[in-house]
Design a protein around this ligand. Sequence first.
Ligand code: RIB
Ligand code: CA
Length: 325
Amino acid sequence: MEKRKIIIDCDPGVDDAIALAFAAAHQEEFELLAVTAVSGNQSIEKVAQNALNLAEFYGLDVPVARGMDAPLVKEPLYAAKTHGENGIGQCAIPAAAKTMMKEHAVLYLNRLLKELPEGKKATLIATGPLTNIAMLLRLFPEVKDKILEIVFMGGAAMGGNVTPSAEFNMYVDPDAARIVFKSGIPLVMCGLDATLKCTLKRNQIIKLCQSGNPAAKVCGDMAGYTLENTSAKYRGEVSIHDVVPLMYLLHPEIFTIKRTILDVDCSEGPARGTTLCDFRWWEHDEEELTSFVLLDADGSRFQEYLITALYELGESMRGRTEGIQ
Ligand code: RIB
Ligand code: CA
């Protein structure tokens, strides 16, 4: 069966970093065409370098490109408390020998998608603010024909994390999110309704940290930073939000999904960044109903699939990463 072509647009970020590990563990199922970085959890310089270092560390031989350094309208809003000053939980991984693409990520995404063979499309996996993708659609609207669907971590049918009703990726750049929501491209929103149940528990994180497995240990250490430095320490678990888009593509059966129409509040008020899920299918034409939202997840099976993948990836990394603490 032909591998699904994917591009990961991310802001590593602890959970983005674990999502990249999960992607590296599934190179049989996914053909990862590129990794692009966007300003979000940390500055573009930090998240882009993290993406480059992580890709090489995990054995992902893919181009990495640097994208937008700020949201479309507002100033950047970093999440150092959750992800650390370096963006990956103050963990040290070897600096990549490879260099970043010289081309801006938005220009590279356009070229990469346009150069796909006739009839082939790619799935965009977005785990940060949607700034890069919004710019891509604004500058090159015809590229929509080369995008199969966008599966993104962000938003919620109900609730928030940055505010009572807004999730970080949407809150940072709601204007970008609205451009993507109105594009007509099929969307799957992996929001907090599902991702808050997709966690690693304290005892699982400790075991990962204590393992001699290079992928398990680094992901355990990164998750451990979030566990100890946020309110996750009271929950006793860390949501690994950004793994969910890939987990959904591999194991849709562990999620509850519902068709919807997405919108987002771009106002300056208390609801800024709130995503709105319109389930009134009877009010809309069939062609408008191009989006889905994940409403629930089986957390135990998420943990089982994720932990297994990290150990498998680490076994494939042995030899290349000897002596790395
Ligand atoms: O709200 C969680 C999302 O915001 C995740 O993508 C995390 O990495 C941060 O970017
Ligand atoms: Ca992210």
